[in-house]
Ligand binder design. Structure first.
Ligand code: SF4
Ligand code: SF4
Length: 335
């Protein structure tokens, strides 16, 4: 870890701006801060596959105790105590600023460990952003959090599991409790597509951006009707990458240099790279020291392609808020 940190810091002091001229804005947000000289790291953590919903298109196992091999289950805090996770977080990232994405499953289904986890992260000056991906089923009063100012929610609306009115009521309650919502990820299927525009306006009226997320067709492409909705409502660059129209191959990308992805077993790898390790080891897997040239011909994940040269959207350590602005700007003339 110290080796990685020193090399990274040296890299950030002299970023390859001439090699990737369109990335300096992202570098300035994720490079060392003026006060402590700590670079930022993005960690996407699949904390659980445990979920209260049973969406028919979901590939996850949903049950908290589902066996996942090695004697481990689908839930991080059943596999290792919360304290073990927190010790590893504090040890690995003591010299960094952290932007977290906590995803599932449904992370908020664990009403015992999540408040403790969130309070721990919120109290740390080095943690700058805590994004939680949630289906928004929970009541804010069930979580007596000490501070929610660093939390931003990505709420997914699954019409197969809840009605629009029920979901809207939950979103209102979450907003009233003071939570920030970056966007509503609207999983569209069948007739839900025809309701997109009405729902987009309805959510916009309460200050929330609706993001269309149609299911892929069986042949791995989107039907024409879905493409039309995406084209009319997504920022152009997101339409191109989400639909696979734009090829990232050979473009400079900072995601592998800035990020880790981890699961509920503690398996962790750098960015989109395959070589990994275990979170509880003494060192984390090495990240590239600079932007890499993308080796893939498609990248449909918003969290990832937003770090590409030519896009460079993530100019703060709160990428979801940056995307919310882009989604919001897409529609001002219609309202
Ligand atoms: S809410 Fe998400 S994790 Fe839960 S069943 Fe639906 S798609 Fe799967
Ligand atoms: S664009 Fe996607 S696949 Fe390519 S390097 Fe970046 S994160 Fe990896």
């Amino acid at each position: 870890m110290p080796l990685s940190f020193r090399k990274l810091r040296a890299f950030w002091r002299s970023p390859p701006a001439t090699k990737y001229p369109s990335l300096p804005k992202a570098l300035s947000a994720w490079g060392p801060d003026a006060r402590h000289q700590r670079p930022a790291v993005l960690l996407r953590w699949l904390v659980t596959e445990w979920c209260n919903y049973r969406c028919p298109y979901c590939p996850q196992t949903h049950d908290r105790r589902a066996e996942k091999g090695d004697g481990l289950t689908a839930h991080a805090f059943d596999n290792f105590p919360l304290e073990t996770w927190l010790e590893a977080f504090d040890r690995h990232f003591k010299d960094y600023r952290l932007s977290l994405v906590i995803t599932g499953g449904e992370p908020m289904v664990d009403r015992k460990n999540m408040p403790l986890l969130l309070d721990h992260f919120s109290a740390k000056e080095s943690v700058e952003c805590i994004r939680i991906d949630t289906n928004a089923w929970w009541k804010p009063e069930q979580f007596a959090l000490k501070d929610i100012s660093k939390i931003i929610l990505m709420c997914t609306f699954h019409p197969s599991q809840t009605s629009e009115d029920e979901f809207m009521a939950r979103i209102r309650r979450i907003l009233d409790a003071g939570f920030r919502i970056g966007m509503i990820n609207y999983v569209m299927h069948g007739a839900d597509k025809d309701l997109f525009e009405d729902r987009r306006r309805r959510f916009r009226d309460i200050g929330v951006a609706l993001h269309p997320n149609p299911l892929w067709g069986s042949n791995g492409t989107y039907p024409e009707a879905d493409l039309a909705i995406m084209k009319s409502s997504l920022p152009e660059v997101d339409y191109l990458y989400r639909t696979g129209t734009q090829n990232p191959y050979g473009k400079g990308c900072l995601f592998p240099a800035l990020s880790y992805e981890m699961d509920y077993k503690g398996h962790i790898h750098a960015g989109c790279m395959s070589e990994g390790g275990l979170f509880f080891d003494s060192e984390l897997p090495k990240r590239p020291l600079e932007a890499v040239l993308c080796p893939m011909h498609s990248c449909v994940c918003l969290d990832k392609y937003s770090f590409l040269s030519g896009i460079e959207r993530n100019i703060s350590t709160n990428p979801l808020m940056e995307y919310k602005k882009a989604l919001w700007d897409r529609h001002p003339e219609r309202d």
